[in-house]
Design a protein around this ligand. Structure first.
Ligand code: GLV
Length: 318
């Protein structure tokens, strides 16, 4: 006799997603701290597995789920934590949550851009440490976004929205993209260039490509950036050689770095923690009430669609 399908939530899934799943399935949720052995045991017999950016979905976890697994629904737009090929080999559909976190993540990239240009992190740290002696004409002087050149690496949905936001502030936009983006060229007067040209031309370089494609900003790329330029990363930590960035902050080549993502989250290297002019955030790109709720709902809709034998709203193609 078959009962309701089992949905295993590897960590936690907020409302309204959880309620939608509980109405149709037996849901076994975990906790924020993941114990791999406990997770493997809980996964047995799952028809659906809900994961997030810090849950590694590999062959071993898929094996623990067993042959009834039909969908891995990632509570994130990025899915470099999921071995999509291994899922495909087992006939398991993978889904993610694109679209609904565009505004939140583009806004956070804006926050980091403006904070870096206006030296907000340093100024706040100095105030709290009692280093604000008096108003001074040359205290914490930054630069304006208006008139700056902003290089958008990967103007997909999030990068494209960020490009619109910086253009609305009066910045000139250049971008790298595999395909031409005549819409950006026309509406923002943006220009598609090669990465090397972007690095040499930009006052701000902001990353919006998926993780898993290797290091985009390595030592040579950092050194190709303009002296005093700002690096913003709201995509994935694996895109950046963090030691090279920390060195370039320390020796003054980089003006600032605004980083929301790190190679070994939640650990942040000592080099970055102690680097001057680094603004470091704990991976909060999609952390708005609007985005997180919509992501949870989309996860549930993806799971339920697959379990009903329908095409999920946002599948990942292998
Ligand atoms: C968060 O990093 C996401 O990919 O949604």
């Amino acid at each position: 006799m078959s009962g309701p399908p089992v949905v295993v939530v590897a960590r936690v899934l907020p409302e309204p997603g959880l309620g939608l799943l509980e109405a149709a399935a037996t849901v076994r949720s975990g906790a924020l701290a993941v114990d791999r052995d406990e997770l493997r045991a809980r996964c047995a017999g799952a028809a659906a597995l809900v994961t997030d950016v810090i849950v590694r979905v590999d062959d071993e976890l898929l094996e623990a789920c067993g042959p009834g697994l039909r969908v891995v629904a990632n509570y994130a737009v990025g899915y470099d934590n999921v071995d999509v090929a291994a899922c495909a080999a087992r006939g398991v559909v993978v889904t993610n949550t694109p679209g609904v976190l565009v505004e939140a993540t583009a806004e956070l990239a804006m926050v980091l851009t403006l904070a870096a240009l206006r030296r907000v992190g340093e100024a706040e740290r100095d105030l709290r440490a009692g280093r604000w002696a008096s108003w001074s004409p040359d205290g914490w002087v930054g630069r304006e976004l208006r008139g700056a050149t902003v290089g958008v690496v990967g103007p997909g949905r999030i990068g494209g929205r960020y490009a619109e936001l910086v253009a609305a502030f009066g910045a000139d936009v250049v971008y790298t993209s595999r395909r031409p983006r005549p819409d950006l060229d026309i509406t923002l007067d943006a220009r598609r260039v090669a990465l090397d040209e972007l690095l040499g031309a930009s006052d701000v370089v902001s990353l919006h490509v998926p993780g898993g494609a290797g290091v985009v900003i390595d030592e040579a790329a950092v050194r190709r950036m303009r002296p005093g330029a700002v690096l913003v990363n709201t995509a994935r930590g694996s895109l950046v050689d963090e030691a090279a960035v920390a060195r370039a902050l320390a020796d003054g080549h980089l003006g600032a770095a605004g980083l929301d993502v790190f190679a070994d989250e939640p650990r942040v290297s000592r080099a970055l923690l102690t680097a001057p002019r680094a603004i470091l955030l704990p991976h909060i790109g999609s952390a708005t009430r609007e985005a997180r709720g919509a992501m949870a709902e989309l996860v549930a809709r993806n799971v339920l669609a697959v379990l009903c034998g329908e095409e999920p709203p946002t599948p990942v193609t292998p």
